[in-house]
Design a protein around this ligand. Structure first.
Ligand code: 5GP
Length: 181
């Protein structure tokens, strides 16, 4: 799982990582958040609250949580055979997944500074209010994230962060192979 505050670069890194690794499968979440201008159609399954709640009631999510007024949820993953699953989710969701899958690996991604974080959110089209809200929530996301994360990556440079994440994925896979044999 990749967790961290808004503007840390989770979405960009999750997409880069999965595009480079054919055996890493990125789950597509559902959300009630409206699509941002310019955001890819397939960034999420965008639904209204009624549809989301119906799926949640029928047990269709591994985890779901409310984040700043919108619902986000992970459908039960259906990765291709032989693939590992990558979730890009918030702290509450990561805690739920860990309660179910104790050996899941959590990586906390943090921005190098508040200025960079703010800039990234403005660039992707968040309003000033949204940026403020997300910045205010950051401390909780980082402190809570540190408590459950196996690795912390400071995202100064996208290229270096991808390399760091690739190394974490490989180390996790080899740790698992060792456990299995
Ligand atoms: P955003 O609105 O910026 O796309 O996402 C807001 C927060 O929700 C981010 O921390 C993001 O990682 C998280 N998020 C995205 N998908 C899910 C999900 O399926 N479940 C949970 N719990 N959080 C999610």
């Amino acid at each position: 799982m990749l967790i961290g505050p808004g503007g840390a670069g989770k979405g960009t890194l999750a997409r880069l990582l999965t595009s480079k690794d054919p055996h890493l499968w990125l789950s597509r979440s559902w959300t009630t958040r409206p699509r941002r201008p310019g955001e890819d159609d397939d960034a999420y399954v965008f639904v209204d609250r009624a549809e989301f709640e119906e799926r949640a009631r029928s047990g269709g999510f591994v985890e779901f949580a409310e984040f700043l007024g919108n619902l986000y949820g992970t459908p039960w993953p259906q990765p291709p055979d032989g693939s590992d699953v990558l979730l890009e989710i918030d702290l509450q969701g990561a805690r739920q997944v860990l309660a179910r899958y104790h050996d899941a690996t959590v990586v906390l991604l943090v921005p190098p500074s508040t200025d960079v974080q703010r800039e990234r959110m403005l660039e992707r089209g968040d309003s000033l209010d949204q940026v403020q809200e997300r910045l205010a929530k950051s401390k909780e996301e980082i402190e809570g994230g540190r408590a459950i994360a196996r690795h912390v990556v400071v995202n100064c440079d996208i290229g270096a962060s991808v390399a760091e994440l690739e190394a974490i994925v490989e180390a996790t896979r080899s740790g698992r192979r060792e456990k299995d044999c």
